[in-house]
Design a protein around this ligand. Structure first.
Ligand code: 3PG
Length: 209
């Protein structure tokens, strides 16, 4: 399966901070129920690897990635747990090279022309644009389309249901990422119905595109 293609079909990657792996399944269920069978579990908590492995085991149809990956050690833990893609906030050449060499799908974060060229040098064409809102938003992405017509972005950071569509309408955007539909507090306080409502709202916006 082409993972990037699948992400591009779904168009939205919920970025989740899971503090207790017990919340992984109800979170997965809320996303599945809402028609969004994908999640990026961030390595900001010690429960990340366990959460990924539980999700992959119990919900094989769900596309599960690892986010906030800063070290090779975390890449290995994520892959061992079953993560199908790696997302990083910044362009760490050590982590990127390790993934490229080992055929691990990585969407590295960046917000400048120089880093795009680092990625192109390594044969990559898909990047996370982070933090999207503070880095110039849609205008910056439009500016990148001139010199880098083959490059596609996943803007993430500060996006919500009000701004999602303006990003997704851009030709060089393959998906958006964000935590607004799976807010950390909602997961921690087990408000999975609320997650479902927010996600359904986002999915219906995407369907109206
Ligand atoms: C990330 O790690 O990608 C960001 O925390 C997501 O940004 P957001 O929380 O502003 O959506």
């Amino acid at each position: 399966m082409d993972i990037i293609k699948k992400i591009a079909e779904l168009k939205l990657v919920p970025v989740a901070v899971v503090e207790d792996s017990e919340n992984a399944i109800p979170l997965g269920n809320a996303l599945l129920e809402s028609g969004l069978p994908i999640v990026e579990v961030t390595f900001r908590t010690t429960a990340a690897a366990d959460s990924i492995s539980i999700l992959k085991k119990e919900m094989p149809d769900m596309l599960v990635g690892a986010g906030t990956v800063l070290k090779i050690k975390q890449v290995n833990a994520a892959v061992r747990a079953g993560a199908e893609f790696i997302v990083t906030p910044g362009f760490n050449p050590t982590v990127v090279d390790y993934c490229v060499t080992n055929n691990i799908i990585i969407v590295p974060g960046l917000n400048s022309a120089s880093f795009i060229e680092w990625g192109l040098e390594r044969g990559l064409n898909h990047f996370k644009f982070y933090p999207a809102d503070l880095s110039g938003g849609t205008k910056m992405l439009q500016a990148f389309s001139g010199p880098y017509p083959t490059v596609k972005f996943m803007p993430t950071g500060g996006i919500n249901n009000d701004t999602l569509i303006e990003f997704l309408k851009l030709k060089n955007v393959f998906a958006c990422g964000g935590s607004w539909i799976v807010k950390k507090d909602l997961i921690a306080s087990k408000k999975f119905k609320e997650i479902e409502l927010l996600t359904k709202e986002a999915v219906s916006l995407i369907q109206s595109l």
